[in-house]
Each structure stands twice: as C-alpha cells, then as structure tokens.
Design a protein around this ligand. Structure first.
Ligand SMILES: [Zn+2]
Length: 291
C-alpha cells in the first residue's frame, strides 16, 4: 500500500550564519516559510534581482567533495548539510535567502542547522507530499564504488553507508545504518562532522583554499587519528557520509521509501542515484495518469 503524508513548511523564520570552508566568506541564511509545492529554493539576495535555484538534481553541478547547485547567476555551494537536515525533519517547502554563495561550514556537521530548524517547529500544509516507493533494485557504480536502491517498507527510508578507504588509511573501515527519522537524525547523524586527511588538507591550502580552517573546525586525520580533535562517535566518518548521502537524496524532490546502500560513494554517485530515482518517480506518475 502506498503511504501518504502532508507537506510541511517551517513555523516561523530562522537564521544560521557562519563562513564557508572553501571560500572563507561570511554568509547568513534566512529560512522562510513557503507555500505547498514550492519545494526548497535558494535565493541569492546579495545578487542583482535576487536570482534563485531550486534544490532539485537537474540543477546539480559536479564538483569535488561537495554539492553545488546553479541556475543562471544563482549558484549555491556546499548545500548538502542543509538539505540533509530539511529531508530528515520533513520540511518540504522553504525559501532560503543567502547573502553569499557558500553555505556556512559551522563545525562541519548539520548540528546548528538542525537546532535552528527544529526550534521554529513545522507547520502542516493541506497538500500531499509526493512519495516514491522503490519497487525494484537499482544499482549504479562499479566494483570499487557503488550505490544501490532497494525495495523496503512503504513508509520508511533506511540508509546504510559502508566506508572503506583501505587498510592503510587512518580512517578505519565502518558500516553505519539507520532508519531515517527526525529523532535518529538529530541524535545520530546531525552531529557527525566532515573529515579529510592531512594530505588532502595540505593540498587544498596550497591551492589557496580553506586558508582559515584549522583541525578544530572539522576532522583532519593523520596516521594517529584526528589531529587536535576527538571523535563524537567511533564511526563518525561513516555517519557523516550517510548524512551527505541524505543531503544528495533530497535533490530527488520526493520522499524516497525503501533502502539505500552505499559503498564508498561520494556526491557524484549519490547525485546520479537521486537523478535515477527522480526519473523513476516521473515515469511511474506518467504511467498512473495513463491508466
Ligand atoms: Zn559533508
């Protein structure tokens, strides 16, 4: 049986401010309630005529280590931690006014977004939210890196992330799986921070990126573990990859019902799955209308 639920927006506006990891630029996000079927829309209020871009996979731009959306001059970067929070809290309709391009990095997690959005509550709207129940297995990738969508419970989304950078990596192998609910997100996923190896961090800083970032602002691993920092969970990195995955799945624009299993996948594969699921939902809807 097909599960249903009604759409939500936020109870009242809220703000989150910070600096971007990559750019170091200050930014304030203002989350505003929006009408049913608006979806999630980023508005660049710092640019002439305030251009906007919807948080839909069609506007996704392939970038290393992050998720970027762009439509015309409206570009927003590092949106995955914001989107994961909105998906988990079932906030379907919201305008996000941005005073710059790159989302606040904060502590590298979704914690501050989750706190801000949970504190203003949700308003139930009178329109149903689109649901896509995975009917048959779908797998994208190769033997080294893949992502799979599987049928599951009609009213639930389960995610599993299998992290494996090899035996020599300072980041140990881990598997994290969870039923995605507001509660599991707030407790188990939102606090999980982004991570990088010391070699990657040095390379980025040599390119002039992330100059202001220190190992206290995220997890930077050397062979002995996180530098100048400690883990919030033994499997914090696998949890963070699951968080990123949720953010990318939000770009499908529908509730996904079933199970997603990812092995070493990153934003590119996650985005490809979001596109495939969005396409499958559109095909299913066309078929329903035709019969
Ligand atoms: Zn992330």
């Amino acid at each position: 049986m097909r599960a249903t639920r009604f759409q939500h927006t936020i109870g009242r506006p809220c703000q989150v401010s910070g600096r971007g990891y990559w750019s170091g630029q200050p930014i304030t996000l203002t989350f505003l309630p929006a009408k049913p079927h608006t979806g999630i829309v980023f508005v660049r209020t710092d640019l002439k005529e305030c251009p906007s871009v919807p948080a839909v996979v069609d506007y996704r731009v392939d970038m290393p280590l992050r998720t970027r959306l762009a439509q015309g001059t409206a570009m927003v970067d590092m949106v995955e931690h914001v989107l994961a929070t909105l998906l988990a809290l079932q906030i379907d309709n919201v305008e996000i006014h941005c005073t710059n391009c790159e989302m606040p990095s904060l502590d590298g997690s979704s914690h501050a977004y989750a706190l801000a959005l949970a504190s203003v509550g949700k308003r139930l709207q009178s329109t149903e939210r689109a649901q896509f129940q995975i009917a048959e297995p779908l797998r994208i990738g190769n033997d080294h890196q893949w992502i799979m969508a599987l049928p599951g419970n009609a009213s639930e989304l389960t995610i599993e992330y299998r992290l494996d950078y090899g035996a020599k990596s300072p980041i140990g192998q881990a598997v994290y799986s969870a039923l995605v609910t507001e509660q599991t997100f707030l407790q188990d996923l939102a606090p999980a921070r982004t991570f990088i190896t010391i070699a990657e961090a040095e390379q980025l800083q040599q390119q002039g990126l992330a100059r202001h970032v220190t190992p206290r602002d995220l997890l930077v691993f050397d062979q002995a573990g996180p530098i100048d920092n400690s883990l919030r969970f033994p499997d914090e990195c696998a949890r963070h990859k699951a968080l990123d995955l949720l953010g990318d799945l939000a770009l499908a624009g529908v509730d996904i019902r079933g199970k997603i299993v990812a092995f070493r996948s990153g934003h590119q594969l996650n985005g490809s799955l979001a596109q495939a699921l969005k396409n499958a939902y559109a095909a299913q809807t066309r078929l329903r209308k035709a019969v």
